[in-house]
Design a protein around this ligand. Structure first.
Ligand SMILES: [Zn+2]
Length: 212
């Protein structure tokens, strides 16, 4: 494997990074616990919400008694991936009709990634583009195993969280916060390596794409 053929589409974790709704609780806290002024080594710790930056949602995130990270299998977020460029749509929500034109390219058992204008800014937009219920239902019916998006939440303004529930309730994993600014529409291979934490509902991940 030649790592130079891959594009890193992971958000960089830092205290200054963009976080969901600019909430303080979502901002990573990095504390230096030892340095060369006080010790003979340098060491830091980090405190971070599991849904900060690029991360995977587990069913437990939105479904009571849903599966947690111990059930998650890494195959679910790795493999062939189709990036759909929706930066040109005027609407703030991605509905089924926005995706229908791509039906023949959306393959069962693969990953779909939605690129929107969210990728073009580093400032949190409270009106970010999201996947609406009809779009989630359509992607589930296409048989995809994972849906990725460049928003820090795959939905908003839907009180009962139908987008999360349709996907997570049917073993379709969700990757949020993918940085797609430099990625063109097309077919890729996705490498997604989450950190390995037991019994949680979200896993921060490193995500890379390679054009096929
Ligand atoms: Zn999340």
């Amino acid at each position: 494997m030649n790592i130079k053929e891959w594009t890193d589409v992971t958000m960089t974790i830092s205290p200054e990074m963009m976080v969901y709704k600019n909430l303080e609780v979502k901002k990573p806290i990095i504390i230096n616990r030892a340095n060369f002024g006080t010790h003979s080594h340098y060491e830091s710790s980090i405190t971070m919400d599991l849904h900060t930056g690029t991360h995977i949602d587990m069913p437990l995130h939105m479904i009571e008694s849903g599966e947690d990270s111990d059930v998650f299998e890494i195959e679910a977020v790795n493999g062939n991936c189709f990036v759909i460029d929706l930066t040109g749509i005027q609407d703030k929500q991605i509905e089924k009709h926005h995706l229908l034109a791509y039906k023949d390219q959306i393959k069962a058992g693969e990953i779909v990634v939605l690129k929107t204008v969210n990728s073009l800014t580093d400032i949190f937009d409270f009106e970010y583009v999201f996947l609406a219920e009809s779009g989630a239902q359509f992607l589930f019916e296409c048989g995809v195993k994972c849906v990725g998006i460049d928003a820090l939440g795959i939905e908003r303004s839907q009180p009962e969280h139908p987008t999360h529930k349709i996907l997570l309730g049917n073993h379709v994993y969700i990757i949020e916060g993918i940085a797609l600014k430099n990625i063109k529409e097309g077919h890729y291979e996705m490498l997604c390596l989450p950190i390995k934490v037991s019994k949680v509902e979200g896993l921060p991940a490193r995500v890379l794409l390679k054009a096929l």
